[in-house]
Design a protein around this ligand. Structure first.
Ligand code: SF4
Length: 337
């Protein structure tokens, strides 16, 4: 793999985008969101200044993906650190008038479902906050899907209030078990998303799965351009030793997918599939990273977001500061639990 100038990749991407725009793809959020169909409401906050929230718990995972950007030798997060995260969240919840997040993501730097017991505690706090703020949060959860059996899915629905599950299929080498779990999740009424690294070695598997995605009613396919970190650089080099594979620098270094996501989009349009596809590229990562630290934050005009995401009623308009009486009730209810 070799690093090439940013412009070389952008020129190629733009040429593909122009062709896809004529076929019905869209470019929103001032050019940063390139997609086909209405993307998941969970993606919206990456492009806007709107508040989103989430929790990242635990570090352990049963898989060993070569592109994983976390340290493969990371230690397990201590029980104390996890407890602290839960209590921090609890203290935040005592000031619901300041909590305006419209989305919430359950995630981990390992496999999220290993930490279901801890996440259930977070969900109890979230449920109470939702009642206080009147915001109908869009909740989504990331998983490699291996543990997402029926019992687990019931807990996600009933206890965690999850609306969307994002499955990472290649972690299990696209195992039948995970595909089945995904199908079951759809039957149980979750919005089902596949979130995959745009990894050229998986071209065949993903292309072959597109009809299955359509058949089960997949909502959204999120193809993430692989981010290169100190931890995955050597493993990526091993998988892509030849010079024809390219990387480039945006906010981070990324491995160029050599057009994989655009080939998928073309196929989805040509076959008339109903799920959306996003090019979750280095540009999206830049948007996400710049969001928090920008001294100057222009408001993105709402018409650059129109039609970008599937509709979701966040109830944001009804957002009210809690009265003192409401606050008291809220605190009492938490103490009882
Ligand atoms: S499933 Fe996720 S956390 Fe686990 S190794 Fe793969 S990329 Fe890393």
């Amino acid at each position: 793999m070799r690093v090439v100038p940013y412009q070389e990749i952008m020129q190629e991407k733009l040429a593909r985008q122009e062709k896809l725009l004529k076929m019905g793809a869209k470019r929103d959020a001032d050019g940063h969101c390139f997609h086909v169909g209405e993307i998941s409401p969970g993606c919206r906050m990456c492009f806007t200044q709107e508040p989103g929230s989430g929790i990242q718990i635990g570090t352990q995972c049963m898989c060993k993906c070569p592109y994983c950007y976390y340290d493969p030798n990371r230690l397990e997060e201590s029980a104390d650190s996890i407890k602290n995260k839960i209590s921090d969240f609890f203290y935040q919840s005592l000031r619901p008038e300041q909590y305006k997040a419209t989305t919430f993501s359950y995630q981990s730097s390992g496999e999220t479902l290993y930490y279901i017991n801890e996440l259930e505690k977070i969900a109890l706090i979230l449920d109470n906050m939702e009642k206080q703020t009147g915001i109908h949060q869009y909740r989504f959860l990331y998983t490699n899907g291996i543990l997402a059996n029926k019992e687990m899915l019931i807990r996600l629905k009933e206890n965690l209030g999850v609306h969307e599950i994002r499955f990472h299929l290649s972690a299990s080498n696209f195992s039948k078990l995970v595909l089945k779990n995904m199908e079951l999740a759809k039957e149980m009424g979750f919005f089902v998303t596949v979130e995959e690294p745009s990894w050229p070695h998986h071209r065949e598997e993903i292309m072959e799965l597109l009809p299955f995605f359509e058949k089960i009613g997949l909502k959204h396919l999120d193809m993430v351009e692989v981010q290169i970190s100190d931890y995955n650089r050597d493993a990526i080099e091993k998988c892509y030793p030849e010079d024809k594979w390219r990387a480039y620098k945006d906010h981070f270094y990324h491995m160029y997918d050599e057009g994989l996501v655009y080939d998928i989009m073309e196929e989805v349009i040509n076959k008339g599939y109903h799920f959306s596809v996003i090019d979750c590229s280095s540009a999206v990562e830049r948007c996400r990273q710049c969001k928090t630290n920008q001294p100057f934050r222009p408001k993105i005009k709402s018409d650059t977001l129109k039609g970008m995401c599937a509709p979701w009623d966040y109830g944001y308009e009804e957002l009210n500061s809690a009265t003192e009486e409401q606050m008291k009730k809220f605190k009492d209810s938490l103490i009882k639990k």
